[in-house]
Design a protein around this ligand. Structure first.
Ligand code: HEC
Ligand code: HEC
Ligand code: HEC
Ligand code: HEC
Length: 223
Protein backbone atom coordinates (compact mmCIF):
# COMPACT_ATOMS: atom_id res chain seq x y z
CA UNK A 1 0.00 0.00 0.00
CA UNK A 2 1.19 3.48 -0.82
CA UNK A 3 0.89 6.32 1.64
CA UNK A 4 -1.85 7.78 -0.59
CA UNK A 5 -4.13 4.71 -0.38
CA UNK A 6 -3.64 4.44 3.41
CA UNK A 7 -4.60 8.12 3.72
CA UNK A 8 -7.70 7.54 1.55
CA UNK A 9 -8.76 4.48 3.59
CA UNK A 10 -8.38 6.43 6.83
CA UNK A 11 -10.54 9.30 5.54
CA UNK A 12 -13.21 6.87 4.28
CA UNK A 13 -13.21 5.09 7.63
CA UNK A 14 -13.47 8.40 9.50
CA UNK A 15 -16.45 9.41 7.32
CA UNK A 16 -18.13 6.07 8.01
CA UNK A 17 -17.70 6.56 11.78
CA UNK A 18 -19.04 10.12 11.54
CA UNK A 19 -22.14 9.04 9.60
CA UNK A 20 -22.76 6.14 12.01
CA UNK A 21 -22.42 8.53 14.96
CA UNK A 22 -24.75 11.12 13.40
CA UNK A 23 -27.50 8.59 12.68
CA UNK A 24 -27.14 7.14 16.19
CA UNK A 25 -27.59 10.58 17.79
CA UNK A 26 -30.55 11.36 15.50
CA UNK A 27 -32.22 8.10 16.55
CA UNK A 28 -31.72 8.99 20.20
CA UNK A 29 -33.25 12.41 19.62
CA UNK A 30 -36.31 10.84 17.98
CA UNK A 31 -36.65 8.28 20.77
CA UNK A 32 -36.51 11.05 23.37
CA UNK A 33 -39.23 13.09 21.67
CA UNK A 34 -41.44 10.02 21.46
CA UNK A 35 -41.06 9.21 25.14
CA UNK A 36 -41.88 12.81 26.09
CA UNK A 37 -45.16 12.78 24.18
CA UNK A 38 -46.07 9.41 25.68
CA UNK A 39 -45.71 10.62 29.27
CA UNK A 40 -48.76 9.78 31.42
CA UNK A 41 -51.43 12.47 31.46
CA UNK A 42 -52.44 14.20 34.64
CA UNK A 43 -55.27 16.66 35.11
CA UNK A 44 -54.37 20.01 33.68
CA UNK A 45 -51.87 18.62 31.21
CA UNK A 46 -52.70 19.06 27.57
CA UNK A 47 -53.71 16.08 25.50
CA UNK A 48 -50.25 15.72 24.00
CA UNK A 49 -51.00 18.13 21.19
CA UNK A 50 -53.35 15.77 19.39
CA UNK A 51 -55.45 18.66 18.11
CA UNK A 52 -58.74 17.35 19.53
CA UNK A 53 -60.88 19.82 21.43
CA UNK A 54 -63.70 19.67 23.93
CA UNK A 55 -67.28 20.12 22.70
CA UNK A 56 -69.29 19.98 25.95
CA UNK A 57 -71.84 17.51 27.34
CA UNK A 58 -74.72 19.01 25.36
CA UNK A 59 -73.25 17.59 22.16
CA UNK A 60 -73.61 14.06 23.57
CA UNK A 61 -77.09 14.55 24.96
CA UNK A 62 -79.14 13.87 21.83
CA UNK A 63 -77.85 10.31 21.53
CA UNK A 64 -77.02 9.44 25.13
CA UNK A 65 -80.02 11.03 26.79
CA UNK A 66 -80.22 8.64 29.76
CA UNK A 67 -76.53 8.90 30.61
CA UNK A 68 -76.77 12.68 30.25
CA UNK A 69 -79.84 12.98 32.46
CA UNK A 70 -78.39 10.95 35.31
CA UNK A 71 -74.90 12.48 34.98
CA UNK A 72 -76.48 15.93 35.22
CA UNK A 73 -77.65 15.15 38.76
CA UNK A 74 -74.20 14.05 40.00
CA UNK A 75 -71.80 16.09 42.08
CA UNK A 76 -69.27 15.90 39.28
CA UNK A 77 -71.57 17.60 36.77
CA UNK A 78 -72.02 20.40 39.28
CA UNK A 79 -68.44 20.57 40.54
CA UNK A 80 -68.11 24.24 39.53
CA UNK A 81 -70.91 25.24 41.93
CA UNK A 82 -68.79 23.90 44.78
CA UNK A 83 -66.19 26.57 44.03
CA UNK A 84 -68.70 29.42 44.45
CA UNK A 85 -68.78 31.34 47.73
CA UNK A 86 -71.33 30.10 50.25
CA UNK A 87 -71.50 26.52 48.92
CA UNK A 88 -70.26 23.34 50.64
CA UNK A 89 -69.39 25.57 53.59
CA UNK A 90 -69.09 22.73 56.10
CA UNK A 91 -66.68 20.75 53.94
CA UNK A 92 -64.61 23.84 53.13
CA UNK A 93 -64.29 24.84 56.78
CA UNK A 94 -63.34 21.29 57.74
CA UNK A 95 -60.54 21.22 55.15
CA UNK A 96 -59.10 24.65 55.84
CA UNK A 97 -60.73 26.40 52.87
CA UNK A 98 -62.53 29.75 53.14
CA UNK A 99 -66.28 29.20 52.60
CA UNK A 100 -66.75 32.86 51.64
CA UNK A 101 -64.02 32.93 49.02
CA UNK A 102 -64.76 32.71 45.30
CA UNK A 103 -62.60 29.86 43.99
CA UNK A 104 -64.16 29.82 40.48
CA UNK A 105 -61.12 31.52 38.94
CA UNK A 106 -58.51 29.69 41.01
CA UNK A 107 -56.37 27.54 38.70
CA UNK A 108 -55.46 25.30 41.64
CA UNK A 109 -59.12 24.21 41.84
CA UNK A 110 -60.20 24.43 38.20
CA UNK A 111 -57.90 21.67 37.01
CA UNK A 112 -60.12 19.12 38.77
CA UNK A 113 -63.48 20.90 38.93
CA UNK A 114 -63.81 21.57 35.16
CA UNK A 115 -63.44 19.68 31.88
CA UNK A 116 -60.08 19.80 30.13
CA UNK A 117 -58.61 22.71 32.08
CA UNK A 118 -55.24 23.61 30.59
CA UNK A 119 -55.65 21.22 27.63
CA UNK A 120 -56.06 22.27 23.99
CA UNK A 121 -59.68 23.36 23.51
CA UNK A 122 -60.50 22.65 27.16
CA UNK A 123 -61.86 24.88 29.93
CA UNK A 124 -60.23 28.31 30.09
CA UNK A 125 -61.05 31.18 32.45
CA UNK A 126 -63.10 33.49 30.21
CA UNK A 127 -62.79 37.23 29.79
CA UNK A 128 -66.24 38.34 31.07
CA UNK A 129 -66.62 40.68 28.06
CA UNK A 130 -65.97 37.89 25.57
CA UNK A 131 -69.43 36.35 25.13
CA UNK A 132 -68.15 33.44 23.06
CA UNK A 133 -65.51 32.52 25.66
CA UNK A 134 -68.11 32.80 28.43
CA UNK A 135 -70.45 30.41 26.59
CA UNK A 136 -67.64 27.91 25.98
CA UNK A 137 -66.63 28.05 29.66
CA UNK A 138 -70.24 27.38 30.72
CA UNK A 139 -70.28 24.23 28.58
CA UNK A 140 -67.07 22.93 30.16
CA UNK A 141 -67.67 23.94 33.78
CA UNK A 142 -67.85 20.90 36.05
CA UNK A 143 -66.61 17.38 35.30
CA UNK A 144 -68.26 16.66 31.96
CA UNK A 145 -68.46 13.57 29.75
CA UNK A 146 -65.17 14.42 28.09
CA UNK A 147 -63.25 14.60 31.39
CA UNK A 148 -63.54 10.80 31.42
CA UNK A 149 -64.24 9.89 27.80
CA UNK A 150 -61.74 12.30 26.19
CA UNK A 151 -62.14 15.41 24.00
CA UNK A 152 -64.98 14.78 21.55
CA UNK A 153 -64.36 17.04 18.54
CA UNK A 154 -63.38 14.13 16.30
CA UNK A 155 -64.91 10.97 17.77
CA UNK A 156 -68.36 12.55 17.79
CA UNK A 157 -68.26 12.23 13.99
CA UNK A 158 -67.51 8.52 14.28
CA UNK A 159 -70.42 8.11 16.72
CA UNK A 160 -72.70 10.01 14.32
CA UNK A 161 -71.78 7.67 11.49
CA UNK A 162 -72.44 4.62 13.68
CA UNK A 163 -75.71 6.14 14.81
CA UNK A 164 -76.95 6.88 11.28
CA UNK A 165 -75.84 3.64 9.64
CA UNK A 166 -76.84 1.48 12.63
CA UNK A 167 -73.78 -0.62 11.74
CA UNK A 168 -71.64 -2.65 14.15
CA UNK A 169 -68.33 -1.15 15.28
CA UNK A 170 -65.16 -2.03 17.11
CA UNK A 171 -64.34 0.41 19.90
CA UNK A 172 -60.78 0.85 18.56
CA UNK A 173 -62.33 2.98 15.82
CA UNK A 174 -63.49 5.43 18.48
CA UNK A 175 -60.17 5.34 20.33
CA UNK A 176 -58.41 6.19 17.05
CA UNK A 177 -60.50 9.39 16.93
CA UNK A 178 -59.56 10.49 20.46
CA UNK A 179 -62.03 8.67 22.72
CA UNK A 180 -60.25 7.31 25.79
CA UNK A 181 -60.36 3.83 27.23
CA UNK A 182 -61.45 4.19 30.84
CA UNK A 183 -59.53 2.67 33.72
CA UNK A 184 -58.61 3.67 37.28
CA UNK A 185 -56.15 6.32 36.07
CA UNK A 186 -59.04 8.12 34.32
CA UNK A 187 -60.25 8.91 37.84
CA UNK A 188 -57.08 9.17 39.89
CA UNK A 189 -55.90 12.05 37.72
CA UNK A 190 -58.34 14.04 39.92
CA UNK A 191 -59.15 11.71 42.82
CA UNK A 192 -55.78 12.08 44.49
CA UNK A 193 -54.11 13.79 47.44
CA UNK A 194 -53.72 17.08 45.56
CA UNK A 195 -57.39 17.71 46.27
CA UNK A 196 -57.86 19.51 49.59
CA UNK A 197 -60.75 17.23 50.62
CA UNK A 198 -59.27 13.89 49.54
CA UNK A 199 -60.01 11.18 52.10
CA UNK A 200 -56.85 9.19 51.37
CA UNK A 201 -58.35 6.38 49.33
CA UNK A 202 -60.19 5.81 46.07
CA UNK A 203 -61.76 2.44 45.26
CA UNK A 204 -62.13 2.47 41.47
CA UNK A 205 -64.49 -0.50 41.10
CA UNK A 206 -66.78 0.74 43.82
CA UNK A 207 -66.80 4.37 42.68
CA UNK A 208 -67.38 3.38 39.06
CA UNK A 209 -70.68 1.78 40.03
CA UNK A 210 -71.96 4.79 41.94
CA UNK A 211 -72.17 8.44 41.10
CA UNK A 212 -71.07 8.47 37.44
CA UNK A 213 -74.19 7.96 35.35
CA UNK A 214 -76.81 5.37 34.55
CA UNK A 215 -75.35 2.57 32.43
CA UNK A 216 -77.12 1.40 29.28
CA UNK A 217 -75.97 -1.83 27.58
CA UNK A 218 -74.36 -1.24 24.18
CA UNK A 219 -76.03 -3.00 21.25
CA UNK A 220 -73.86 -2.12 18.24
CA UNK A 221 -70.43 -2.79 19.69
CA UNK A 222 -68.50 -5.87 18.57
CA UNK A 223 -65.78 -7.27 20.79
C1 HEC B 1 -61.57 16.16 36.03
C2 HEC B 1 -61.48 15.61 37.37
C3 HEC B 1 -62.23 14.35 37.72
C4 HEC B 1 -62.19 13.13 37.07
C5 HEC B 1 -61.42 12.75 35.80
C6 HEC B 1 -63.02 12.24 37.84
N1 HEC B 1 -63.56 12.91 38.89
FE1 HEC B 1 -64.91 12.16 40.24
N2 HEC B 1 -65.05 13.99 41.13
C7 HEC B 1 -64.32 15.12 40.78
C8 HEC B 1 -64.72 16.23 41.60
C9 HEC B 1 -64.14 17.64 41.53
C10 HEC B 1 -65.71 15.76 42.48
C11 HEC B 1 -66.44 16.56 43.56
C12 HEC B 1 -67.51 17.38 42.96
C13 HEC B 1 -68.11 18.35 43.95
O1 HEC B 1 -68.69 17.88 44.96
O2 HEC B 1 -68.00 19.54 43.71
C14 HEC B 1 -65.91 14.34 42.16
C15 HEC B 1 -66.84 13.50 42.76
C16 HEC B 1 -67.01 12.15 42.49
C17 HEC B 1 -67.96 11.28 43.13
C18 HEC B 1 -68.94 11.71 44.20
C19 HEC B 1 -68.24 11.66 45.52
C20 HEC B 1 -69.10 12.07 46.66
O3 HEC B 1 -68.52 12.34 47.71
O4 HEC B 1 -70.32 12.14 46.52
C21 HEC B 1 -67.78 10.01 42.60
C22 HEC B 1 -68.53 8.75 42.94
C23 HEC B 1 -66.72 10.12 41.62
N3 HEC B 1 -66.29 11.42 41.57
C24 HEC B 1 -66.23 9.05 40.87
C25 HEC B 1 -65.34 9.15 39.82
C26 HEC B 1 -64.89 8.06 38.99
C27 HEC B 1 -65.28 6.61 39.18
C28 HEC B 1 -64.07 8.59 38.03
C29 HEC B 1 -63.36 7.87 36.90
C30 HEC B 1 -64.16 6.99 36.06
C31 HEC B 1 -63.98 10.02 38.28
N4 HEC B 1 -64.74 10.32 39.36
C32 HEC B 1 -63.22 10.91 37.52
C33 HEC B 1 -63.36 15.20 39.80
C34 HEC B 1 -63.09 14.19 38.87
C1 HEC C 1 -56.46 17.05 42.35
C2 HEC C 1 -57.83 17.41 42.04
C3 HEC C 1 -58.54 18.44 42.88
C4 HEC C 1 -58.12 19.72 43.16
C5 HEC C 1 -56.81 20.38 42.76
C6 HEC C 1 -59.18 20.33 43.91
N1 HEC C 1 -60.21 19.46 44.07
FE1 HEC C 1 -61.90 19.76 45.15
N2 HEC C 1 -62.43 17.81 44.88
C7 HEC C 1 -61.77 16.91 44.11
C8 HEC C 1 -62.44 15.62 44.18
C9 HEC C 1 -62.01 14.37 43.44
C10 HEC C 1 -63.51 15.77 45.07
C11 HEC C 1 -64.53 14.70 45.52
C12 HEC C 1 -63.96 13.61 46.35
C13 HEC C 1 -63.10 14.07 47.45
O1 HEC C 1 -63.52 14.87 48.29
O2 HEC C 1 -61.94 13.66 47.45
C14 HEC C 1 -63.47 17.17 45.51
C15 HEC C 1 -64.35 17.72 46.42
C16 HEC C 1 -64.32 19.04 46.85
C17 HEC C 1 -65.20 19.58 47.85
C18 HEC C 1 -66.29 18.82 48.60
C19 HEC C 1 -67.59 19.00 47.93
C20 HEC C 1 -68.72 18.42 48.73
O3 HEC C 1 -69.74 18.19 48.09
O4 HEC C 1 -68.60 18.20 49.92
C21 HEC C 1 -64.89 20.91 47.99
C22 HEC C 1 -65.52 21.92 48.92
C23 HEC C 1 -63.78 21.17 47.09
N3 HEC C 1 -63.46 20.01 46.40
C24 HEC C 1 -63.19 22.40 46.93
C25 HEC C 1 -61.99 22.60 46.25
C26 HEC C 1 -61.29 23.87 46.20
C27 HEC C 1 -61.79 25.17 46.82
C28 HEC C 1 -60.15 23.66 45.50
C29 HEC C 1 -59.03 24.64 45.20
C30 HEC C 1 -58.46 25.29 46.36
C31 HEC C 1 -60.15 22.25 45.09
N4 HEC C 1 -61.28 21.66 45.55
C32 HEC C 1 -59.13 21.64 44.37
C33 HEC C 1 -60.64 17.15 43.36
C34 HEC C 1 -59.86 18.29 43.46
C1 HEC D 1 -66.61 10.42 35.90
C2 HEC D 1 -66.35 9.78 34.64
C3 HEC D 1 -67.44 9.77 33.61
C4 HEC D 1 -68.18 10.81 33.15
C5 HEC D 1 -68.13 12.26 33.61
C6 HEC D 1 -69.04 10.31 32.13
N1 HEC D 1 -68.83 8.97 31.95
FE1 HEC D 1 -69.67 7.76 30.57
N2 HEC D 1 -68.75 6.13 31.38
C7 HEC D 1 -67.85 6.18 32.43
C8 HEC D 1 -67.44 4.84 32.77
C9 HEC D 1 -66.47 4.46 33.88
C10 HEC D 1 -68.11 3.98 31.88
C11 HEC D 1 -67.97 2.48 31.78
C12 HEC D 1 -66.78 2.21 30.90
C13 HEC D 1 -66.20 0.88 31.05
O1 HEC D 1 -66.45 0.19 32.04
O2 HEC D 1 -65.43 0.51 30.14
C14 HEC D 1 -68.92 4.83 31.00
C15 HEC D 1 -69.71 4.37 29.96
C16 HEC D 1 -70.38 5.19 29.05
C17 HEC D 1 -71.09 4.73 27.87
C18 HEC D 1 -71.24 3.29 27.41
C19 HEC D 1 -72.65 2.81 27.67
C20 HEC D 1 -72.99 2.75 29.13
O3 HEC D 1 -73.97 3.41 29.53
O4 HEC D 1 -72.27 2.09 29.91
C21 HEC D 1 -71.63 5.85 27.26
C22 HEC D 1 -72.48 5.88 26.01
C23 HEC D 1 -71.24 6.99 28.06
N3 HEC D 1 -70.48 6.55 29.13
C24 HEC D 1 -71.59 8.29 27.77
C25 HEC D 1 -71.37 9.38 28.62
C26 HEC D 1 -71.92 10.69 28.41
C27 HEC D 1 -72.80 11.09 27.26
C28 HEC D 1 -71.49 11.46 29.45
C29 HEC D 1 -71.84 12.90 29.77
C30 HEC D 1 -73.26 13.23 29.78
C31 HEC D 1 -70.63 10.63 30.29
N4 HEC D 1 -70.60 9.37 29.76
C32 HEC D 1 -69.95 11.06 31.42
C33 HEC D 1 -67.39 7.32 33.05
C34 HEC D 1 -67.87 8.60 32.86
C1 HEC E 1 -75.23 11.16 16.79
C2 HEC E 1 -75.30 10.34 17.98
C3 HEC E 1 -74.14 10.34 18.96
C4 HEC E 1 -73.51 11.42 19.53
C5 HEC E 1 -73.75 12.90 19.27
C6 HEC E 1 -72.57 10.87 20.48
N1 HEC E 1 -72.62 9.50 20.48
FE1 HEC E 1 -71.59 8.23 21.67
N2 HEC E 1 -72.36 6.63 20.69
C7 HEC E 1 -73.35 6.71 19.73
C8 HEC E 1 -73.71 5.37 19.32
C9 HEC E 1 -74.77 5.00 18.27
C10 HEC E 1 -72.91 4.49 20.07
C11 HEC E 1 -72.96 2.97 20.05
C12 HEC E 1 -74.12 2.56 20.92
C13 HEC E 1 -74.36 1.06 21.03
O1 HEC E 1 -73.49 0.25 20.66
O2 HEC E 1 -75.44 0.71 21.54
C14 HEC E 1 -72.09 5.31 20.95
C15 HEC E 1 -71.21 4.82 21.90
C16 HEC E 1 -70.58 5.60 22.86
C17 HEC E 1 -69.74 5.09 23.91
C18 HEC E 1 -69.42 3.63 24.18
C19 HEC E 1 -68.17 3.24 23.42
C20 HEC E 1 -67.77 1.81 23.68
O3 HEC E 1 -67.96 0.97 22.77
O4 HEC E 1 -67.26 1.54 24.77
C21 HEC E 1 -69.31 6.16 24.65
C22 HEC E 1 -68.41 6.14 25.88
C23 HEC E 1 -69.88 7.34 24.05
N3 HEC E 1 -70.64 6.97 22.96
C24 HEC E 1 -69.66 8.62 24.51
C25 HEC E 1 -70.07 9.78 23.82
C26 HEC E 1 -69.72 11.11 24.23
C27 HEC E 1 -68.91 11.46 25.45
C28 HEC E 1 -70.29 11.95 23.32
C29 HEC E 1 -70.19 13.47 23.28
C30 HEC E 1 -68.84 14.03 23.30
C31 HEC E 1 -71.00 11.14 22.35
N4 HEC E 1 -70.83 9.83 22.68
C32 HEC E 1 -71.74 11.65 21.29
C33 HEC E 1 -73.93 7.85 19.23
C34 HEC E 1 -73.57 9.14 19.55
Amino acid sequence: MTHKTIGFATVTFACFILIAWLSATTDTAVAETASVSMAPLVAGDDDGGTGYSYVGANKCKMCHIKQHKSWNTTKMANAMDTLKPGTAAESKTKHGLDPNKDYTTDAACLKCHTTGYGADGGYAIPDPNDKKAVRKAEKLAGVGCEACHGPGSEYVNVHKDIFKSKRKYKVEEMYAAGMKKIDATSCTSCHNDQGPTFSGEFDYNKQKEVGIHERIPLTQRED
